[in-house]
Design a protein around this ligand. Structure first.
Ligand code: DC
Length: 236
């Protein structure tokens, strides 16, 4: 590695495996910049909803969505007195809460399957990761964005468990909450489209450490990951 300050931890895995919570914890413990790359796709999804797109796109619409992704000014800002502290902005608008709905999850999954949309968001992800020691969470961090990452994790959990966690999260947010079965179906659909798209599908990097979080609590997952990170950094 030519740049000795490069330090990137890649955390990939399907929805509901606890990626966000654990990466935020690790970022805090290790003083790393936390980059939620799913929020970038969610920001594009938000702009698509605003522009009136449905979940199925024609090739012309895919081109229009690519332009939306290229033009979008997406930024993360830290607001220490707000919870969560990292806010997501698109074109100077705080969309943090607006992009966490089940509809936005599905739209994000659909727009993320458009190869040109992925290309439009690639540089930003690399710039964010390289600017400071970072931890990035997503689907293709270890395989495409940072194949040279310092350390890679791939989190998994059973569909049942992931749906349970998402339901609890949505209930805590308030508002309309789908039933458990609906949520399970939505997550299964998203798993399928994220894993079967042609460009940068969700898959474990060969050198990623896999952790099945189904029967582990947050502290146990964080402890396992910290242990691996310490082992790796002590060796170097
Ligand atoms: O991590 P999340 O649930 O917020 O991600 C929303 C969608 O964005 C997910 O269904 C697939 C897509 N995504 C992606 O394709 N690549 C990433 N690195 C992150 C998210």
């Amino acid at each position: 590695m030519s740049d000795s300050s490069f330090f990137v931890i890649a955390v990939d895995g399907p929805a509901g495996t606890g990626k966000s919570t654990v990466t935020k914890r690790l970022a805090k413990a290790l003083q790393l910049v936390h980059v939620d790359t799913g929020a970038l796709y969610r920001a594009v999804a938000f702009l698509c909803f605003e522009a009136g797109f449905d979940l199925k796109f024609t090739p012309t619409q895919e081109s229009a969505i690519t332009e939306i992704a290229k033009m979008a000014r997406i930024a993360f800002k830290n607001v220490p007195d707000r919870n969560p502290s990292s806010r997501v902005y698109v074109n100077d608008r705080d969309i943090t809460a607006l992009i966490r709905t089940p509809e936005m999850s599905l739209m994000a999954s659909r727009v993320s399957a458009i190869p040109h949309v992925r290309a439009a968001l690639l540089d930003l992800q690399r710039r964010l990761g390289k600017s400071q020691p970072s931890i990035l969470e997503g689907r293709d961090i270890g395989t495409v964005i940072f194949p040279e990452a310092t350390l890679k994790f791939f989190l998994t959990a059973s569909l049942e468990e992931r749906a349970k966690r998402r339901l609890a999260e949505l209930e805590a947010q308030g508002g309309d909450v789908p039933t458990f079965e609906e949520l399970k179906q939505q997550i299964a659909d998203r798993d399928h489209s994220d894993s079967h798209r042609d460009t940068a599908p969700l898959k474990k990097a060969v050198d990623a450490i896999e952790i099945d979080t189904s029967h582990l609590n947050l502290e146990q997952v964080v402890a396992q990951m910290l242990d691996q990170i310490r082992q790796r950094t002590e060796r170097e």
